[in-house]
Design a protein around this ligand. Structure first.
Ligand code: ATP
Ligand code: MG
Length: 183
């Protein structure tokens, strides 16, 4: 194989990208990535775990971004880490089945699994299954996994890991849940 050919094949290999950490900016970063990708002609699918609210980004995508398809698997309420409700477990499983189906379909150039790291940390989805999905993804697919608590094994197999670290958060000054900022 010539140099040009191998460069081309490296360029075409899709990436596994992990956005984690305890600061604010993971999901919004993933949406920024999605926006950039659709601008370059990608078909993007974003699956949200443990979330059901009509977030601003979901409303904006419906309105302006036909090449970004969003599925939500969750309720608009908190999942308890040590005691998730059966419905939370069921929705996470359904979301993960959808993720596998979407990835296997070959319909998308980029798939974003938003908050999947949290779903794994809460034991809603087995870590091994997520690792296997990432390792066996179609070669050209870009796969983005977000959420705090990304596991060590996921960090190991990823091509990119970014950690958003809280330095300051306006919550601590009593400024809570603003439209356009939090949702
Ligand atoms: P965003 O969706 O704004 O990009 P995120 O995906 O990094 O945030 P999550 O961990 O998914 O954050 O939490 C969802 C919401 O919880 C955020 O909208 C946010 O403002 C709030 N949040 C995130 N990090 C913190 C923090 N360190 N302290 C308090 N609230 C936080
Ligand atoms: Mg998030």
């Amino acid at each position: 194989m010539g140099v040009m050919e191998s460069t081309a094949s490296i360029a075409k290999r899709g990436l596994v990208m992990v956005i984690t950490g305890n600061g604010k900016g993971k999901t919004t970063s993933a949406f920024g990535q999605a926006l950039r990708a659709t601008g370059q002609g990608y078909q993007v699918c974003l699956i949200q775990f443990m979330k059901g609210r009509k977030y601003g980004e979901v409303l904006a995508a419906e309105k302006y971004l036909p090449d970004l398809k969003i599925y939500q698997f969750g309720l608009d309420s908190f999942v308890m880490r040590n005691n998730p409700a059966p419905v939370d477990v069921e929705l996470a499983r359904q979301g993960f089945e959808k993720a596998k189906e979407i990835i296997a379909s070959g319909q998308y150039n980029m798939v974003i699994l938003d908050e999947i790291n949290v779903a794994v940390d809460f034991n809603l989805i087995p870590e091994e299954e997520v690792l296997s999905l990432a390792k066996n993804k179609p070669v050209e697919l870009d796969l983005v996994l977000t959420g705090r608590y990304a596991s060590d094994k996921l960090r190991e197999i990823a091509d990119l890991v970014s950690e958003v670290t809280e330095i300051k958060h306006h919550y601590n000054a009593g400024i809570k849940d603003r439209a356009g900022i939090e949702y």
